[in-house]
Design a protein around this ligand. Sequence first.
Ligand SMILES: [Zn+2]
Length: 368
Amino acid sequence: MLLPKVLQEVLSLPTAPFHEEAVLAVIEAFCRRLKNVTMKYDRYGNLLVRYRYQAPKRTPIAFVAHTDHPGFISGEMKGRKALLAEFRGGVRPEYFAGSKVRFWHEERWIKGRVTKLTKIDPPSGPGRPPVPKEAGIEISKPVPPGCLGMWDLPDAKLQGDRIVARACDDLAGVAALLALLERLDKRRAKADVYCLFTRAEEVGFVGAVGAIRAKVIPKRVPVVSIETSSALVSAKIGDGPIVRIGDRMVVYTPRFAAFAARVAQDLAQRKSSFQYQRKLMDGGMCEAAAFGCYGYDVIGICLALGNYHNMNTKRKRIGSEWVSYRDWRNMVDLFEALVLDKRGPTGPDDGLKKRIDKLFDDQAALLG
Ligand SMILES: [Zn+2]
């Protein structure tokens, strides 16, 4: 079986922090075909896409997905085949030496291999790994400075239920939002939704913070951060997309999380093939944390990811990332359900207080 076009295309694109132009160009071209969609770049180059058609009265929601992936940026050639390259993103130092890489120049890949790490920064905090900053690379042909590089892994493919790609993080999230926008547009769904495609997440939410400061999304609109997140013992690949209620540093907005879980539960009842999980994914942080710091209501929705940041921890070598195709499709279904829910994120809640009040009223006399 083949991957749907949008996944095949987006997951095979070249990208690195601050060099997301190929991904943004594809998003732009994709959305230009849609009727009820507007697009706007903010001053930092993040792309906001808004679908709006006969929207009912309820609070809209915003989805955010980042367009970069940990990668290299070429620096100076130090000899005919020796390149020095900066590394941007979180990959542990032991994965570099000997690993194959490819640099994107004039619409083609130029292959190479890491010889050694030439600069490693100390850990950013307790329990964190050291941060590789620069690598020496043996390259087949000279590349000019400023070209992006990625690990030399094959283009995206479907293997059984596995989507295997050079970069699932967060291109699988980007592709899912495009699938949502296309679906809404085709069905002329009555809805109002923002999809923000951010830059440079892997180096510390740089694009997202720019978008927040540029007030791209109104404060009253709650934000759903879409991610792939390292699978955990309690959050397995294939068990459904995850309503993420927190990360390594913070917990998200309880009321908004309750809304998302209620919509997911309703969807599971309507559709027997739909599966989801509700978890605190404490392996890392995501852009929800950044939006949360600035006062937005936030949650995450993520796919459990294998070989997080291309680290195959079993074989201790660089490998393709992978997610479950079933999880991905269920995630798009969940997005749609969140967008189409009549009550919306600020509507009446599940009546949990009513239920516990009734338990109290029925039994208070027994307290004596
Ligand atoms: Zn990510």
